[in-house]
Design a protein around this ligand. Structure first.
Ligand SMILES: Nc1ncnc2c1ncn2[C@@H]1O[C@H](COP(=O)(O)OP(=O)(O)OP(=O)(O)O)[C@@H](O)[C@H]1O
Ligand SMILES: [Mg+2]
Length: 388
């Protein structure tokens, strides 16, 4: 279902799209509601050292203009005890990927239509084959997802003010997080734990903050409270979607430092989504570069910063302000625009903006090429025999 090239669709086509959307949405919603045995959504990890393995994930939105392929076959792993940075231009599908992991894509129009998200649910107590036990989040019914969402996998959003409820105290909201995970916890124990969490995220006078309302705190403190809340269930994975964009630069650095410290202390993994390559260089162990709903390059932070291969990654690096660049030079910007996610071409999506385009680029979408054990790129230049 696609929008016409001139941007307009006839009433007949519009009706057709709506009919198609209703059918699809009903189908995917019924899958989510269906009663399933645990064995139907249990699988095994390809590598037990990963906490999450995303494989060929496709998430789309059934809109009145056609189907938006927001995430179009994304695959990457998040290893245990590591920070994985996800970068890319606005609208490339970073948030939708993370929301798919949380089963929080705006339904019914947003649906995960293909792929696997394997979540490693093995604990250290599991032995032998238990080490490989995983849930496939794509197939998991909503009911079962409640048990891991907010506990094993938590999320820190961009805007702490909208994530905290303005009519309840910080203490009430923190205690609530504890009660959801352990309903039998006595009230005084929950308070004790909440104050311990506030201490953990570096809030001075935690007793005072416990009794405060969100509007009485600064932006940085609110984000610290959000991090404390995310820690309540002892998560294995924290997804931080641009956690510092709403904060000023000095507070940004403090929050990032705190996240790094917490990751080390708690031994969890972090999926860090950001526009800022500087933040990735500081924080991440591994980097995933996304473009128009696909992963175009991934590798260790060293691979991506010392040996960027995809022309888009190189362009992103060039568009970063440097202390060494002369002041009168304008900052580099990648020419052109991201293709329309409703009408994606069959060729490489970056082709029209690429300055290294060759004849091969008019062919099918390039496959993922492994240039080293840790570094992969999707670009025809790195196919055997391509001009680098
Ligand atoms: N609820 C929705 N309905 C329709 N399309 C949507 C919806 N949410 C996201 N999209 C589309 O999905 C695509 C990916 O969006 P996403 O929010 O993941 O981008 P992003 O990489 O997080 O961008 P940003 O850096 O601006 O946060 C975009 O083309 C967007 O228009
Ligand atoms: Mg986003």
């Amino acid at each position: 279902m696609a929008k016409k090239d001139n941007g307009y669709i006839s009433i007949k086509e519009s009706r057709k799209i709506i009919k198609y959307n209703i059918k699809q949405m009903k189908y995917y919603e019924s899958l989510k509601r269906a009663k399933k045995q645990e064995s139907e959504y249990t699988t095994s990890m390809h590598n037990p050292d990963n906490i999450i393995e995303i494989q060929d994930l496709k998430t789309c939105f059934f809109t009145d203009n056609g189907t938006v392929m927001a995430v179009n076959g994304v695959s990457f792993d998040i290893p245990k005890n590591k920070i994985v940075g996800v970068v890319g231009e606005s609208g490339c599908g970073k948030s939708v990927t993370s929301l798919s992991v949380m089963q929080l894509v705006q339904a019914p129009q947003g649906q995960v239509i293909e792929g696997q998200i394997r979540f490693n649910r093995a604990t250290s107590a599991d032995l032998g084959e238990g080490k490989n036990l995983a849930y496939d989040i794509v197939k998991m019914p909503t009911e079962a997802m409640y048990k891991i969402r907010g506990k094993d996998i938590t999320m820190i959003f961009q805007e702490p003010m909208t994530s905290l409820n303005p009519v309840f105290t910080i203490g009430f909201q923190l205690d609530e997080a504890t009660f959801i995970h352990n309903p039998e916890t006595p009230k005084d124990k929950a308070k004790e734990y909440s104050i311990e969490l506030l201490n953990k995220v570096g809030i001075s006078m935690p007793e005072h903050v416990y009794n405060s309302y969100p509007h009485e705190l600064s932006g940085g403190m609110r984000q610290r409270v959000m991090i404390a809340m995310a820690l309540a269930g002892n998560p294995k994975l924290i997804i931080a979607d641009e956690p510092t964009t709403a904060l000023d630069v000095t507070i940004q650095a403090q929050i990032l430092e705190l996240l790094k410290e917490i990751q080390k202390k708690e031994g969890c993994s972090i999926m860090l989504i950001t526009h800022d390559l500087g933040v990735i260089a500081e924080m991440a162990d591994e980097v995933v570069v996304m473009y128009a709903g696909k992963v175009i390059e991934k590798g260790t932070v060293r691979d991506i910063f010392h040996n960027p291969l995809h022309p888009y990654t190189i362009g992103l690096q060039k568009s970063k302000p440097m202390l060494t660049s002369s002041g009168d030079e304008p900052l580099y910007s990648i020419p052109g625009n991201v293709p329309n996610p409703i009408n994606l071409p069959d060729t490489c999506y970056f082709k029209n903006r690429c300055n290294k385009c060759t004849e091969k680029c008019s062919g099918s979408y390039p496959c993922e090429i492994k240039v080293s054990p840790t570094h992969t790129v999707s670009c025809w230049l790195y196919e055997e025999g391509g001009n680098k």
